[in-house]
Design a protein around this ligand. Structure first.
Ligand code: NA7
Length: 541
């Protein structure tokens, strides 16, 4: 098969890939996108487990640039289910005639930078070879599954499913189900399946603080109000840190009287949403351990008041800070008031092995099961890149996995030194903020950059300098240490959800407003930190 020659190849058809494809086509570049899955949606395509849904407000969980669509596209509730998100993304694809440029069921097998012609050679699982001037990877951060090395896992006689490879043909009704893990996925799954199963065994290593989601319908009046304010909403969002549509006061939790603190926490608990709980009441719950501990005390008391059995409540009550990515639920803790729902403390009794009939913990007990669910998360961040079978290989034949052997290193979360014309959308060390808007900020930056470089008519390659990359890593490390508590706990935010992993900084934690300011600044300074060579003309079309 002769190679497919394109200006740009986009990998991935989630929020990032779809918008990047749209933007490059609008620029007039010959662009194709490949996607491993048979449909669009990225992480939402793969995660089809019971109870899966978003915890970002529906009116914000969409693209800001399609003004007409913002007015007309329906969303019935304040939060979206997975199916609603997939429907929305497919609607965007069709509305903007992107489908003809998308190759589904086409996995990126390898990408090699060819220094002789300054192009990427990309091989896919369908046997296609692409020759691309620009390679945009929108691989997502929760792509490579984390399957812990439990001894005997293959000996289990029933189905074993990871949360992101849920098998809808497995009927869990009236079955004894074990769920290992209690992050967002484990909590949503446990909550959704508890009423259907005979027994639910939740294997919990580090319990998490879950705040009710408070799913509710949006009335026609509320929708109309949002429609009228949409431009202002997006403008205001871009000036916030988290970008989730709520106020972000600076007030320290420790600066108010304990009664006032309690009143605020109580209000936030009633409003719902973990991110909102962490940011809408006080400005320092995610950075000041003392303030965070006050939130923890409040949430621990909620867990204890909901879960009637003190032994179960003890297993479900976190001992460490509220510094993981906050999960949300719809009655999770209440489910443990049912006699058939069990909480197993893996810190006291770790999993010893898995046997044909179930999971044996270190106290010798066999938890007999029909189905095992691994809600054990992902090799988040770099896992999506390191798991590419034939690697991404840059200058001098070095692979991205080798480049990141000691630590993840990027510039702005989009560029990697020695990897010319490789642009990551929503890559590691991008901003930790509202995902669709963060993605839009990156895509807009990259597309403007390409557009400006194209105008010069003499662009060969663009890549970040090793210095810029090193400085960005330091910035990310400093921000994680000074503005967050993520280093105080083990979670996917530092890669420590994976057994034996080394901690690394996966995000830039100064927030959306600052991230957008930095990007603007880089652009205004003539793409500071990026080195542009004029080795070859990019063909104009
Ligand atoms: P998470 O949040 O990384 O949660 C993974 C869970 O799996 C967490 O409770 C882990 O416990 C647990 N885990 C991982 N390995 C083990 C082993 N070996 N033994 C026992 N328990 C284990 O993944 P999710 O899929 O829930 O959520 C990921 C993101 O997707 C989420 O934050 C949203 O952004 C969407 P641990 O805490 O490490 O003790």
């Amino acid at each position: 098969m002769s190679p497919i020659v394109v200006d740009a190849l986009v990998v991935g058809a989630g929020f990032g890939g779809i918008y990047q494809l749209y933007s490059l086509l609008k620029l007039g570049l010959v662009t194709k996108a490949i996607e491993k899955a048979e449909g669009a949606g990225g992480v939402w395509f793969w995660n089809k487990y019971p109870g899966v849904m978003s915890d970002t407000e529906s009116y914000l969980y969409r693209y800001s640039w399609d003004k007409e669509d913002l007015q007309t596209y329906p969303w019935p509730n304040n939060y979206l289910t997975r199916d609603e998100i997939l429907k929305y993304l497919n609607h965007i694809i069709d509305k903007h005639r992107l489908r003809e440029h998308l190759h589904f069921s086409s996995e990126l097998l390898s990408a090699k930078w060819d220094e002789s012609i300054n192009k990427w050679h990309v091989q896919t699982s369908t046997g296609d070879t692409f020759i691309a001037t620009y390679l945009f990877t929108a691989l997502g951060i929760h792509n490579k599954l984390n399957i812990p090395d439990f001894p005997g896992l293959d000996l289990f006689r029933g189905p074993v499913m990871h949360s992101a490879s849920w098998n809808s043909n497995v009927d869990i009704t009236n079955k004894r189900v074990g769920v290992i893990g209690c992050g967002s996925s484990g909590i949503q799954i446990s909550n959704a399946i508890a009423p259907k199963v005979t027994e639910l065994h939740c294997f919990i290593r580090h319990p998490q603080f879950s705040v009710p989601l408070r799913l509710q319908p949006i009335s026609a009046g509320e929708r109309s109000g949002i429609n009228h304010r949409y431009d202002d909403i997006w403008a205001a969002q871009a000036l916030t840190r988290e970008g989730h549509g709520y106020d972000e006061p600076e007030t320290s939790a420790m600066s108010v009287a304990p009664e006032e603190r309690q009143r605020v926490f109580e209000r936030l608990w009633k409003v719902g949403n973990g991110f909102r709980f962490l940011h809408e009441g006080f400005g320092d719950l995610t950075s000041n351990p003392e303030a965070n501990e006050e939130a923890c005390k409040f949430l621990r008391s909620k867990i204890i008041s909901i879960v009637k059995d003190p032994a179960k409540a003890a297993v479900l009550t976190p001992r460490d800070l509220f510094a993981r990515r906050p999960p949300c639920d719809q009655g999770y803790y209440e489910k443990f008031n049912h006699a058939n729902v069990f909480a197993i403390d893996l810190q006291t009794t770790p999993i010893l092995k898995i046997e044909g009939k179930g999971i044996r913990t270190s106290d010798g007990k066999l938890h007999e099961l029909d189905v095992i669910v691994l809600a054990t998360g992902f090799h988040s961040g770099d896992g999506s890149y390191k798991s590419i079978p034939g690697h991404i290989t840059g200058r001098g034949g070095i692979s991205l996995s080798e480049h990141w052997r000691a630590e993840i290193r990027t510039y702005l979360g989009m560029f990697v030194s020695s990897f010319p014309n490789l642009f990551m959308v929503n890559g590691p060390q991008g901003s930790f903020s509202h995902a669709p808007r963060t993605i839009e900020s990156e895509v807009d930056f990259l597309t403007t950059m390409i557009s400006e470089l194209q105008k010069t008519g003499s662009v060969g390659t663009v890549e970040c300098t090793a210095d810029a990359e090193a400085e960005w890593v330091l910035t990310c490390d400093d921000l994680a240490a000074s503005r967050t508590l993520v280093n105080n706990v083990s979670s996917w935010l530092t890669g420590l959800n994976v057994d034996g992993a080394k901690p690394s900084t996966l995000f830039y934690y100064a927030g959306l407003k600052e991230y957008r300011r930095v990007l603007e600044n880089v652009k205004d300074k003539g793409y500071h930190g990026l080195s542009v060579s004029t080795a070859e003309c990019v063909p104009r079309r």
